[in-house]
Design a protein around this ligand. Structure first.
Ligand code: ADP
Ligand code: MG
Ligand code: ZN
Length: 200
């Protein structure tokens, strides 16, 4: 669906659309912050829809769940296209968790939704397990009106953590897991090579 295929948007609605990005390492509270913003939107009686990529099947496939097990209902979708297709007429807020697991098309989808007057809030990892920018998050951050970087606590020194240390030797960039597979680390304590601390 293209912008030009859609009915005209009333001026009031058009002005309210925007993209917000919540980003940081694992355990930094991205999902908690996303849920906090969603709950406030629900208190304001706004029509909200939450989405997550189908790849992320930790805990519960139909809800967004933080590491502290706070949850909101969500629709699991496999592609950015199916996310866009499932945004209902009249939806005012679209939340997307684990946005780094979506295809590159998610950037254009967020743009189109915001241009339709929707408040888009996308949470996702800014870096992969090697500390590299995690596509498509850099592009999403570039087009966003607002970017919030949140921080975990470094499991080694207790400082603010910005990196996700993978604990197992596993080659692929995408390894869906929680505390058993990853640790939050600061820049100084992060070991970019994929070798556990104990084996050094
Ligand atoms: P994210 O979505 O960024 O991975 P969540 O919002 O799911 O993070 O979880 C954040 C919660 O994780 C914190 O409130 C805390 O209870 C828990 N947690 C576990 N390990 C850490 C850590 N090293 N630093 C901060 N929070 C942690
Ligand atoms: Mg999360
Ligand atoms: Zn540290």
């Amino acid at each position: 669906m293209r912008n030009s295929d859609l009915p005209p948007v009333p001026p009031l609605l058009r002005s309210s659309g925007s993209v917000e990005v919540i980003t940081g390492s694992m355990f930094s509270g991205k999902t908690e912050e996303l849920i906090r913003r969603l709950k406030r939107a629900l208190f304001a009686r706004q029509r909200v829809q939450a989405f997550k990529p189908r790849i992320d099947d930790r805990y519960d496939p139909t809800r967004i769940v933080s590491h502290q097990a706070v949850a909101v209902d969500a629709i699991a979708v496999a592609t950015s296209q199916s996310l866009e297709e499932r945004v209902a007429e009249g939806t005012q807020v679209v939340a997307i968790d684990e946005a780094q697991f979506f295809d590159r098309g998610i950037v254009e989808v967020c743009e189109r939704l915001a241009n339709r007057g929707i408040r888009v809030i996308a949470a996702g990892l800014d870096q992969d397990y090697l500390g590299r920018p995690f596509p498509p998050m850099p592009d999403l951050m570039a087009i966003a009106e607002e970017v919030t970087k949140v921080h975990a606590v470094c499991t080694v020194c207790g400082g603010p953590a910005s990196r996700s240390q993978r604990l197992s030797i596993e080659a692929s960039t995408v390894l869906v897991g929680g505390a058993e597979s990853y640790e939050a680390r600061c820049r100084a304590c992060f070991e970019p090579h994929d070798v556990p601390r104990t084996e050094r």
